[in-house]
Design a protein around this ligand. Sequence first.
Ligand SMILES: NC(=O)c1ccc[n+]([C@@H]2O[C@H](COP(=O)([O-])OP(=O)(O)OC[C@H]3O[C@@H](n4cnc5c(N)ncnc54)[C@H](OP(=O)(O)O)[C@@H]3O)[C@@H](O)[C@H]2O)c1
Length: 275
Amino acid sequence: MFASNLFEGQRVLITGGGTGIGASIGRRLVSLGARLIVCGRREAVLAEFAASVEGDVTTYVCDIRDPEAVDGMLTSIWETGPLDALVNNAAASFIARTEQLSARAADAILGVTMHGAMYCTLGVGRRWIEAGRGGTVLSILSTSIRTGRAFTVPSAMAKSAVQAMTRSLAVEWGPHGIRLVGIAPGPFPTAGAGAGLDPTGSRATARLNPLGRVGDHDELASLAAYLLSRHAGYINGEVIAIDGGQHLRTSGAEDLLQWTEAQWQAAATRRGRRA
Ligand SMILES: NC(=O)c1ccc[n+]([C@@H]2O[C@H](COP(=O)([O-])OP(=O)(O)OC[C@H]3O[C@@H](n4cnc5c(N)ncnc54)[C@H](OP(=O)(O)O)[C@@H]3O)[C@@H](O)[C@H]2O)c1
C-alpha cells in the first residue's frame, strides 16, 4: 500500500512506543524507512522492543509527566538532528467509580495523557518553529472524545483536552508548516487495554461491535502511516475514528452500570487498590 521508502530518513518520536499500539505504529514506520525513537518509563521494555525491530531504533527512559525530563529528552534528540514527527501515544487509564477516585489517581491519568502530550507537543513545536521547519504531530486519542465515557472519566477528559490542542494548534501552527492530526481507536487488544480497562475479561467488546470484532493493529498502523505521510499533507486538525463503527452504537461503558459491588471489588483487587 505504501512505497517502502515513504519515511526514508525521517525521525519520529513515539511516546510509549515500546508496547501495544505505539509499538505497532513504530514497527510499520521503521519498515517504511523511518528512524524511530521511542520513550517510556521501563528501560527493559524499551530494550526488548528495540531488539525485536530490524532497523534504526533509539530508546529513551522518560516519564513524560515530568516537563524537565521531556525537555532533556528532546534536547538530547535534537543534538543529532531534528524530529520530523511526534506521536503522542503514551497514556494511562483504568475503570473505577469516579466518586471513589482519589485526587492522586485522577492526576496520574491526567498527568500522562494530557500534561505529557502537551509537554511533548510544545517542546517539539517550539523547536520546529525556532528552526523555521515544519512537522507533524499525531495524537492517539479515543472514541470517548465523541461519546464521553463513564467509569474512565479522567481519561475521557484528558483525551478531549488533547483533541482541543490538536484543533487549536492546527490553526495556530499551520502557518509554520506544522500539521496536527489524531486517531481515535476503538478496541485494539493490548496489555494496557486488557489489564486496566477489562479486568474481569467479561466485557467482550467484539459482541458490541457492528463488525463483530476488535481492531487489527495493522489497520491502525496503516492509518497512522497515512496520516503522518505526505499523502495526508492537507489533513490538519482532524481526528479519525477507527473502531468498526462501535462508538455509533455504544460508548463501551454501559455494561458497567450493571456491575455489582463484588465485581467492582474484584476489579480493584486485580489492580491492587481499593475500588
Ligand atoms: N488498546 C486500545 O483498545 C485503545 C483504545 C483507545 C485508545 N487507546 C490509546 O492508545 C494508546 C496506546 O495504548 P495501548 O493500548 O497500546 O496501551 P499500553 O500498551 O499500555 O501503552 C501505553 C504506553 O505508554 C507508556 N507510558 C505510560 N505512562 C507513561 C509515562 N508517564 N511516561 C512515558 N510513557 C508512559 C507505557 O510504558 P511504561 O509503562 O514503560 O512507561 C506504555 O508503553 C493510548 O493513548 C491509549 O489511550 C488504546
